[in-house]
Write a protein that binds this ligand. Structure first.
Ligand code: ARG
Length: 472
């Protein structure tokens, strides 16, 4: 354990005097980057093993360093580690503690390494694990949405454009639209993972090192797919973090859209769904209220993640090669994006199973607003009327129906034939909501049969994705 005396900074050699207290506080990152301790120790262990493997360090030294690092790890996990602001960041805190514990041999750890390649390595390890976790949450969410979509394959609801009744759709189809968005999000994370999972170690400060190192060996120990090809790039770019925040922003954009629909649908004006009480909150003044606050916060937290993306893009803009201290500012934004997306995905996973679907309200709403007008036009097209003329005829029928206070399907055959002699009584099968959705029976269409097929395909995709994840 560290003594209470102020420790010597690892870089203190060329300085004659003390660092100003303000500067210590201003430049420190340990208050937030200590969260990287596990990756930092993992990276150091791999580095030192590689040095021993290459004969840069005796095996015996490497063994003692690894032991020392492991004891630090268990102290940190048990909350017995004393973090010191004077030691700036997670890296120097751990390195100093190592020398304190195991003596001079601990001072050999930083051979052939710089904090520049060290921090880039830590961050990539951290983000790789975080993305795996977020992907697993996305897959879980997709599984429950997919199951719900299959259950609601026949449920009819109003499909809307411009928030106006457009055409009836099935609720299962609507849910599968959400799934399509989340599936792309999941793939985006996988894609970003490939570019993140690259080893910076060996780049040292910026130019590489004169020691005979084996970067591939270290990469294998850490599970990286390959080594970074250019040392200047390896220590300085954070595009992987920007890319992740872009993917995270898109996840949040999608979640906020679902959240908005949940808010609308659970309102007394819609009553399409009911949210579980455990996932709602009340009002301190209005006793009747049951508010969808979780959904609203999903919507609200989206802005944070957009902000994180903007922060990182702006951070990187105009930075000359190679490493600059600006890069220390990458962490809080990245951590915030990871934490926010993780929490929001957990919220969705938790809220969804308790969602009750009010099928009658959905179908009743679909029956308002002349949602089968396109079907009537399509029917006329089938009878040889050019679509543009059919559109005009149905426009007049709709005008009449609205005046009569009826839905198209409630008009009788005489009323309909006033607008076109081509209309026969077989038209009514097309004007029902069920007839309308069943007709859209092609890949991507809303017909219940297609919803079941699409859900099946998704289920198979998820099965494979989850199996892959377990084998990784
Ligand atoms: N705390 C620093 C960071 O987060 C570590 C690297 C510092 N390197 C340096 N040469 N000052 O980026």
């Amino acid at each position: 354990m560290a003594s209470n005396q102020s420790p010597v900074k690892p870089w203190a050699g060329r300085f004659a005097g003390e660092t100003h207290a303000f500067v210590e506080e201003f430049t420190q990152s340990v208050s937030f980057d200590r969260r990287l301790y596990r990756q930092d120790i993992q990276g150091s262990i791999a580095h030192v093993r590689m040095l021993a493997h290459c004969g840069v360090l005796p095996e015996d030294d490497a063994g003692r360093i690894v032991k020392g690092l492991e004891s630090i790890l268990s102290d940190i996990e048990a909350d017995r580690f004393q973090w010191r602001v004077e030691l700036e960041d997670v890296h120097m805190n751990i390195e100093s503690a190592l020398a304190e514990r195991i003596g001079d041999v601990g001072k050999k750890l930083h051979t052939a390494r710089s904090r520049n390649d060290q921090v880039a390595t830590d961050l990539r390890l951290y983000l790789r694990d975080a993305m795996d976790e977020l992907r697993a949450l996305l897959l879980t969410l997709l599984q429950s949405l997919c199951a719900l979509a299959e259950r609601e394959a026949e449920t009819i609801m109003p499909g809307v454009t411009h928030m106006q009744t457009a055409q009836p759709v099935t609720f299962g189809h609507h849910l599968l639209a959400w799934c399509a968005m989340l599936q792309r999000d999941e793939q985006r994370l996988l894609d970003c993972r490939r570019r993140t999972n690259v080893l910076p170690l060996g780049a040292a400060a910026l130019a590489g090192t004169g020691f005979p190192i084996d970067r591939e060996y270290a990469a294998r120990l850490l599970g990286f797919d390959r080594v970074a090809e250019n040392s200047l790039d390896a220590v300085s770019d954070r595009d992987f973090a920007v890319e992740f925040c872009g993917a995270a922003a898109l996840i949040m954009m999608h979640l906020s859209r679902f959240a908005e629909e949940l808010v609308l649908w659970s309102s007394p004006q819609y009553c399409f769904i009911e949210l579980d009480e455990a996932w709602c909150t009340g009002s301190s003044i209005m006793p009747q209220k049951k508010n969808p606050d979780v959904a609203e916060l999903l919507r609200g937290k989206t802005g944070r993640v957009y902000g994180d993306l903007m922060a990182l893009l702006t951070l990187m803009k105009g930075q000359p090669l190679a490493y600059n201290r600006d890069n220390q500012e990458d962490k809080e934004a990245l951590f915030d994006a990871v934490d926010t997306v993780r929490n929001c995905l957990r919220a969705c996973c938790g809220m969804l199973p308790g969602l009750r679907v009010q099928r009658e309200a959905m179908v009743a709403a679909a029956a308002r607003g002349q949602g089968t007008a396109t079907d009537l036009a399509d029917y006329l097209v089938g009878r040889g009327v050019p679509f543009r003329d059919a559109h005009a005829i149905v426009g007049r029928v709709v005008q009449f129906a609205i005046g009569a206070g009826k839905d198209l399907s409630e008009l009788n055959i005489e009323e309909l034939r006033r607008f076109s002699g081509r209309i026969e009584s077989d038209v009514f099968a097309r004007l029902t909501l069920q007839g309308s959705v069943a007709a859209r029976d092609h890949v991507g269409g809303t017909a219940p049969r297609q919803v079941r097929l699409a859900a099946q395909r998704l289920r198979e995709y998820l099965r494979q994705a989850l199996a892959q994840e377990i084998s990784e």
